[in-house]
Design a protein around this ligand. Structure first.
Ligand code: SF4
Ligand code: SF4
Length: 295
């Protein structure tokens, strides 16, 4: 079974929840964890991973390159680059492409009268794999600065996770925030989505947006309210779940020990098993255990 954990809004505690859930399930099932936030991966930090056993570089998109020997310094590429990625350091010097800004659209190549511009395949990022000290494999991605195609990285991560898994292995995908291509790649192909929200209007707003993505793929979803006691009178998430005929898996209280667990680089329930939040996540873990056993 493939389970994706998403939230829409960032900062709601999704990765803390995911790492805790993985911690509870790791001894009961064969798991592969996928950190699908290629722009800001952090699951490896929580699981104390510093070294990777395997790494793969991925290309995606193009970057313009100017052959200064062929270039006649007509400046047409500068005038036609919508993204202002081509610059000259002085009038005498020939133009250069800022690789962090270039979108690979090819306009400069079309207008160049002497064919001095070529479009080259660009590295978009790295995907890496290791086996954590907890015994399960973790696959993570890292998008290069200024590069597009984060969704492609996530798709490749999931492909690698499937190759790593056997038929008894479950895949847990920690999605990025938002509803962009990374999230679409995370959600697509999942069997179940767990959507985490805070008890605030902004979190509910973003939860609804990511839920639309989940609904688009016809994936069943369950909801988790994190830090529920910070705004106990807010029942928006519960009402939305009811409206959608879905269930609230659990309501986790705010836990002041979370920052300490991050400093220690350990999942919350491992270092602070007695906190209320750890206990609630354990109960959620039992519910997921039942779902996985039924599968
Ligand atoms: S490929 Fe497009 S974005 Fe890149 S330098 Fe050329 S015109 Fe600008
Ligand atoms: S359009 Fe071609 S020839 Fe003109 S400045 Fe750019 S690279 Fe050089």
């Amino acid at each position: 079974m493939q389970i994706v954990i998403a939230s829409g809004k960032g900062g709601v505690g999704k990765s803390i929840f995911t790492s805790s859930l993985i911690y509870f399930l790791k001894d009961k099932f064969k798991l592969v964890a996928v950190d699908a936030d290629a722009e800001a991966p952090n699951l490896h930090l929580i699981f104390n991973v510093d070294n990777w056993l395997e790494e793969k570089s991925l290309t995606g998109g193009k970057i313009a390159e100017i052959n200064s020997e062929k270039c006649i310094n007509c400046s047409l590429c500068i005038k036609n680059c919508t993204y202002k990625a081509v610059k000259k350091l002085s009038n005498k010097e020939k133009p250069v492409v800022n690789k962090l800004i270039c979108e690979g659209c090819g306009a400069c190549k079309i207008v160049c009268p002497v064919k001095a511009v070529t479009l080259k395949e660009a590295k978009s990022g790295t995907i890496r794999k290791t086996v954590t000290t907890y015994g399960f494999p973790l696959i993570s991605a890292q998008l290069d600065v200024g590069r597009p195609n984060s969704g492609k990285l996530v798709t490749e991560e999931k492909k690698w996770a499937k190759e790593t898994a056997d038929e008894k292995t479950h895949i847990l995908v920690d999605s990025a925030a938002g509803i962009g291509c990374q999230v679409i790649a995370s959600v697509s192909g999942a069997d179940l989505a767990i959507l985490v929200a805070e008890p605030t209007k902004s979190s509910l707003h973003d939860l609804k947006r990511v839920h639309k993505v989940v609904e688009h793929f016809k994936i069943p979803s369950l909801f988790v309210v994190n830090k529920y006691n910070l705004n106990p009178s807010f029942k928006g998430v519960e009402k939305y779940a009811e409206e959608k005929k879905s269930k609230i898996l659990g309501k986790i209280p705010y836990d002041a020990k979370v920052p300490q667990s991050i400093i220690l680089r350990r999942p919350l329930p491992e270092v602070f098993p007695e906190t209320e939040a750890s206990k609630v996540i354990k109960e959620i873990g039992k519910k997921i255990e039942c779902i996985l056993k039924e599968e």
